[in-house]
Design a protein around this ligand. Sequence first.
Ligand code: DX5
Ligand code: ZN
Length: 223
Amino acid sequence: MIELAFSILASDFAHLADEVAAAERGGGTIVHIDVMDGHFVPNITFGPPVVKALRPITKLPLDCHLMIEDPDAYIAAFVEAGADMISVHQETCRHLHRTLQVIEQQGALSGVVLNPATPVETLIEVLPMVHYVLVMSVNPGFGGQKFLPLAVDKIAHLARLREEMGLNFRIEVDGGVALDTVELVVRAGADMLVAGSAVFEKGRTEQNAVELLRVARAAVAGA
Ligand code: DX5
Ligand code: ZN
């Protein structure tokens, strides 16, 4: 099943609740929250208080994408604030296996993220324990960047591994997903589509979400 995880990074923060409601009306089913610390990535965004503020305004799962150094120190705080899904970057975890265990023990679904330069092979040992793998199709840190085509092969590689290993983790893709790139990533095997600018641009949040999902679902049907 294809799902749209709309990234609130591109939304109008002064009307965050309205933006989330509009994306949900357009068919979005996951709220993607980009947490940035100014160290792992050169930008600063949200922390647990924003997750806590979002929790009562939607029933959709809150997907926290942690682009922060030492994510272990913050996992409990994000779960307490209301996170349902937490993903950590492979590049930030010296003890990735333990970090993924901590996410599950705290009661959230665990995800692991790969930067564009990080090979899929670095995840072989942890694939059986994750609920989702997030393939970055831009270098993390900012919304509105150009899609990197190398992500397509990585998605396809993960889909093959999932089949060969008899697993059922989901494949999420993040960065530059828009009307002109969504078919590529869906055909390669992505089933959770993160989109920020493509959803929230031009104040047409609901219509943008509808259209993106329509094109994505048509790509599955025609794949
Ligand atoms: C980038 C973030 C993305 C970002 C995507 O570091 O992880 O989730 O919001 O934005 P767009 O869809 O505009 O590329
Ligand atoms: Zn993200």
